[in-house]
Design a protein around this ligand. Structure first.
Ligand code: FMN
Length: 153
């Protein structure tokens, strides 16, 4: 059975993207899915001075090592001003400083949800543009807008 790591890019305790991840993982599938909460991998916002002075945060090394053990990923991103939240971007920046591609040329499904009617369409467009260069073999993209949020339950 393929092992899939699933997480949202939100640092909100009430995150609707994290709720979406849990809802999606309850759907029928034949995958071994582990859901993690990125808030359990806290790190200072990425900066080159921070990296030189203090090195890569232990949490980011742990996350990188965890990701190496999975066959694919499901990632749901909030939309902040048309793009990823700084929390997710910073996490990806730290991961990118550890050699190799962030998503290791493995299959990735990208999701997004926001209270807006467009359901994170802008962040998904951005993700589609940039993530293939970060090693994401994108096999699915889906935004969930205000009219669909009853699926989160
Ligand atoms: C700083 C900020 C910027 C936002 N920008 C957008 C936006 O550009 N488009 C949008 O649909 N929602 C926007 N929102 C609303 C968030 O996308 C929405 O609250 C999101 O679904 C929260 O996800 P979460 O609960 O998983 O953190 C913004 C919210 C914040 C706090």
């Amino acid at each position: 059975m393929k092992k899939v790591l699933a997480f949202s890019g939100s640092n909100s305790a009430q995150s609707i993207n994290q709720q979406l991840i849990h809802a999606v993982c309850k759907l029928k599938h034949d995958l071994d899915i582990k859901v993690i909460d990125l808030r359990e991998y806290p790190a200072t916002i990425y900066g080159i001075d921070e990296e030189i002075e203090n090195g890569i945060p232990h949490s980011m090394i742990q996350l990188r090592e965890l990701m190496l053990g999975y066959d694919g990923f499901i990632v749901s991103s909030p939309e902040h001003n048309g793009s990823m939240p700084a929390f997710l971007k910073s996490t990806l920046d730290w991961l990118s400083r550890q050699g190799g591609k962030i998503f290791q040329e493995k299959p990735v499904v990208f999701l997004a949800t926001s209270q807006g009617a467009r359901g994170g369409a802008s962040v998904l467009k951005h993700i589609l543009e940039i993530m293939p260069y970060r090693g994401a073999k994108i096999i699915g993209v889906h935004g969930v807008g205000e009219f669909d949020q009853k699926v989160i339950g």
